[in-house]
Design a protein around this ligand. Structure first.
Ligand code: AHR
Length: 516
């Protein structure tokens, strides 16, 4: 060392990234007897677009495939989704929605016209997965369908007839056509999106133009029988607060049930989104900090909505969120196929904790996307599937669905890497109908276990169970060769005494703790 000298030491220290966490008491106070808002299960929704191997090869292989299937739906994928009990599934896009013409996807599959999926890889779409295939899939997995209609290249008449086709119970040209195609009863679907990203791929419209279009389309998006549509306006691109302001000002709240927001966690730039698996600790923290910006978005869009809708009737529908990295080397750039590491699990945990916290305004959220695309919950090859770390977070977080949001106060030490810092702990608290208190905790510190003192105020707790998700490295992932590198296991490192719970939260871990 003495050969290096002072100058050498200075040079080395500027190149070393310092990782530190300020010593402080880590404390969580959970008000177990205070809560008024239910966390809608729809916050745990998903999104499957005609993009890459999401629908074709992911969900749908067709009835003649050698891959084991039920009526054309891939069995392994379907079972994994059924296990997750997903509350809703958004379809057919995304950008694809605004170039999709629903009449191409009904009737005998061999008579369905083909089209080019210009947004996603320029591949030929044979329309073998259409309205019936989607709605029957939603039924099989027990999810509510959420359809996005075409505003960008469609017409009011086309969207209006699609709704009549799906939901009308009487005798009409569209309901007769549905019956002719084998579906006697209407599906009575509720969630309907009026376009997607109409500021961009959905027509490059201004907010003022879209607000008028929305009113025109929504007028003819009819309710049939007792079924009332929940209409969702295409919302802002991330931080475009003007879009929300214009829509809230110009669209009467009697015409709009939800307003969408899209936000992707990008780590580099849109041109260089960086690798999904190859990253250092500093980059890891950048990703997680960017994920946490979801809170700023909800608060700021929410403030604007409060001016026009103080009773919070219009829900924020976060119908596209998740990580977006560079595609895996050698894969089609238009297919958006990326691996999924423990870092993605943290993005999911942090995002879901934030959505829960703002459940009064956030009525639905949809992770992008379900199979083989972006922050997928499932990856497939011809014969096998992998459950990603993100899948496991959704599995562990099930108790939060439709539970009562509990208020809490958290003091957490910070994780600092270089100039970047963020609280090490990220938490959400809720109470299930049977009185069980649910605490999801993420400790993002890659190296340090945190001793957390929890005060369960107002509770005479008797027992605790917990599940943990962690892995050898922050960039560990499940592959077809090693499918269970990242998977939940039972966790026992806690001590309970009435109102007091002490938990040793391991480094880089996500916990779901359930107290009775
Ligand atoms: O999820 C991928 C794409 O991202 C969607 O099609 C679009 O809505 C968004 O830009």
């Amino acid at each position: 060392m003495k050969h290096i000298g002072i100058l050498g030491l200075m040079v080395i220290s500027t190149f070393l990234i310092s990782i530190s966490s300020k010593a402080q008491n880590n404390r969580l106070i959970v008000n177990t007897d205070q809560g008024k808002t239910t966390i809608s299960k729809h916050i745990y929704g998903h999104f499957a677009e005609h993009l890459g191997r999401n629908i074709y090869g992911g969900i749908w292989v067709g009835p003649d495939s050698e891959i084991p299937n039920e009526d054309g739906y891939r069995l392994d994928v379907m079972k994994a989704i059924q296990n997750l009990e997903i509350p809703n599934l958004r379809w057919p896009g995304g950008c694809f929605a605004d170039e999709y013409h629903w009449t191409d996807g009904i009737g005998d599959p061999k008579d369905r016209p083909m089209m080019v999926n210009t947004h996603w890889g320029g591949v030929v779409e044979d329309n073998s997965f259409g309205t019936h295939e989607f709605l029957n899939f939603a039924k099989k997995i027990g999810a509510e369908p959420y359809i996005t209609g075409n505003v960008g290249s469609g017409s009011v008449e086309e969207m209006s007839k699609w709704i009549e086709y799906i939901n009308f119970d009487g005798v009409s040209p569209m309901s007769n056509l549905r019956k002719k195609n084998g579906q006697e009863e209407p599906w009575n679907i509720k969630y309907w999106g009026v376009g997607n990203e109409n500021w961009g791929c959905g027509g490059n419209m201004t907010a003022e133009y879209y607000a008028n279009e929305y009113k025109r389309y929504a007028t003819y998006a009819r309710n049939y029988g007792a079924n009332k549509l929940y209409k969702i306006a295409g919302g802002a691109n991330s931080f475009d607060y003007n879009w929300t302001e214009v829509l809230m000002k110009n669209i009467p709240i009697s015409m709009m049930d939800g307003l969408s927001i899209h936000y992707y966690t990008i780590t580099g730039t849109w041109q260089n989104k960086t690798s999904a698996t190859d990253f250092d600790k500093a980059t890891y923290l950048v990703t997680l900090r960017n994920a946490a910006k979801i809170e700023e978005l909800i608060v700021r869009h929410g403030h604007i909505m409060d001016q026009y809708d103080p009773e919070k009737k219009v829900g924020i529908i976060f119908d596209e969120w998740g990580t977006w990295f560079d595609v895996e080397p050698g894969t089609n750039p238009g297919f958006l196929f990326q691996q999924n590491t423990l870092r993605d699990a943290f993005v999911a945990a942090i995002s879901l904790n934030i959505f829960n916290k703002h459940a009064e305004r956030v009525h639905m959220a949809n992770l992008a996307q379900t199979v083989n695309v972006l922050q997928a919950i499932i990856l497939t090859n011809d014969n096998e599937i992998i459950l990603t770390p993100t899948y496991h977070v959704f599995d562990m977080y099930k108790p939060h669905k439709d539970a009562l949001l509990l208020s809490h106060h958290l003091s957490s030490e910070e994780l600092s890497i270089g100039d970047d810092k963020m609280e090490s702990l990220n938490v959400s608290t809720s109470k299930s109908e049977d009185g069980t208190v649910n605490i999801s905790i993420a400790n993002i510190n890659p190296d340090k276990k945190i001793d957390l003192d929890v005060l369960l105020r107002g509770m005479d707790a008797k027992s605790v169970t917990a599940t943990i998700l962690t892995a050898p490295e922050i960039n560990s992932y499940n592959s077809f060769e090693k499918k269970e590198v990242v998977k939940p296991t039972e966790f026992k490192d806690f001590k309970l005494s009435k109102e007091s719970l002490k938990i040793s939260v391991p480094a880089k871990s996500i916990l779901m703790v359930r107290v009775k």
